[in-house]
Ligand binder design. Structure first.
Ligand SMILES: NC(=O)c1ccc[n+]([C@@H]2O[C@H](COP(=O)([O-])OP(=O)(O)OC[C@H]3O[C@@H](n4cnc5c(N)ncnc54)[C@H](O)[C@@H]3O)[C@@H](O)[C@H]2O)c1
Length: 369
């Protein structure tokens, strides 16, 4: 093979590769993807900005040892798009973005990696704000802050988001109750909470204050006991949580817990909890519906965490954040109405409501001032 041919092949390969990359971006309308490499620290990061129609893109930085760069790219594209939907449906002036750092997140050499990432964030000049995510900590945010102001969730700032997340989830459960039972009064209703952690505990507190009967399950016995002792909840074994005869199942622990094995076991009429990515597959939303179980889409009902982070940028008080999280009530009712009107699942209706807001703001008439 002549040198000329091999050069031509390389150009062809490069062109083809580039079109694949832009094809990936255009598939879900991503605005910008930034790849950054820092040789001295070994930092390899990707920042994906999905949509900034509503405001600066915001989303955490995930530090993960991906099998390939391609896997990392797919993950950051998927997660950044999810952030656009989440912020839009929560009524925030935020766009969707996300970052991944490729590598072993147990590394002790964190400062230079995080500072290199901070510089990558800074290069976007405020188009992207980062925060904590899987594999990164509050201490990492402090390193990132050495290089950029465009970081939220640092120590001493907006603080633990769990009470706001729990409050939004509680309001979401009330909306579901209104839709399903014709009243949002939770006195005497029964709710089974999976995961008595940060969110689960505060949710149990909100529910008990209204007189609901609350069952709790956790693999950590001490956390269950605390709810029993302090809030008069009833303990349930972690394996029996799907079999409890209650009105509401509130997943507040793990993802993918709504699947082919668990859904047939459910005796509840409502699934409404704070855990992320509850549906193992998107078809499981339809499976719940077929069984007459009302599903509150996870990213809608758990938006209190994002609202709490936003409060740091907007300078909101805790009361104002809670008020905003309380609006999850009416948002969910609008989603259920749309689902019923269009014959789609509540999960599909949530995406539709989110994108309608993005498009509506994009098309707002501009007037000259
Ligand atoms: N903290 C927030 O503000 C927030 C915001 C949005 C979404 N979420 C999501 O809500 C969920 C809970 O968050 P958190 O901050 O309370 O986490 P956490 O780690 O404080 O609590 C999770 C609890 O689940 C328990 N758990 C783990 N596996 C379990 C199992 N198989 N069965 C029963 N319990 C199990 C853990 O022991 C722990 O007590 C997560 O999915 C999180 O991503 C949290």
């Amino acid at each position: 093979m002549s040198t000329e041919t091999s050069y031509a092949d390389k150009v062809a390969e490069a062109v083809e590769g580039r079109s694949e990359m832009f094809d990936l971006m255009s598939r879900h309308d991503h605005e910008q993807v930034v790849f950054t490499y820092d040789p001295s620290s070994g930092y390899r990061g990707i920042i994906a900005i999905h949509n900034t129609a509503l405001g600066p893109a915001l989303g955490g930085t995930r530090f993960w040892n991906y099998d390939s760069d391609y896997d990392a790219l797919i993950d950051v594209l998927r997660l950044s798009r999810g952030m656009t939907y989440k912020a839009a449906v929560a009524g925030l002036n935020l766009g969707g973005g996300k970052a991944v750092i490729i590598g072993d997140n147990r590394t002790t050499q964190r400062e230079m990696v995080m500072r290199a990432h901070g510089r990558a964030v800074e290069s976007l000049a405020g188009r992207y704000y980062t925060a904590e995510d899987v594999g990164t900590s509050v201490a990492d945010m402090d390193y990132i802050h050495m290089e950029t102001e465009h970081v939220v969730g640092m120590a001493g700032k907006s603080g633990d988001p769990s009470p706001v997340t729990a409050y939004g989830t509680y309001r979401g459960i009330k909306a579901c109750s209104l839709k399903k039972f014709g009243t949002d009064d939770l006195a005497g209703r029964s709710v089974v909470i999976q995961g008595a952690g940060h969110v689960g505990y505060f949710l149990a507190e909100d529910l008990r204050a209204e007189g609901a009967k609350v069952f709790v399950a956790d693999i950590d016995g001490d956390r269950v006991q605390r709810c029993v002792d302090e809030l008069e909840c009833e303990a349930v074994g972690a394996d029996e949580v799907y079999d409890v005869d209650a009105d509401v199942f509130a997943p507040c622990a793990l993802g993918a817990i709504l699947n082919d094995d668990t859904i047939p076991r459910l005796k509840v009429k409502i699934v409404a909890g704070a855990a992320n990515n509850q549906l193992a597959k998107s078809r499981h939303a339809a499976m719940l519906e077929e069984r007459d179980v009302l599903y509150a889409p996870d990213y809608v009902i758990n938006a209190g965490g994002l609202i709490n982070v936003y409060s740091e940028l907007a300078g909101w008080t805790l009361e104002r954040s809670k008020r905003k999280a309380g609006e999850i009530y009416s948002t969910l009712l609008a989603i259920f109405d749309l689902a019923a009107a269009d014959g789609i699942t509540s999960a599909e209706a949530a995406d539709e409501v989110a994108m309608r807001r993005v498009h509506a703001v994009t098309q707002l008439h501009r007037t000259y001032v």
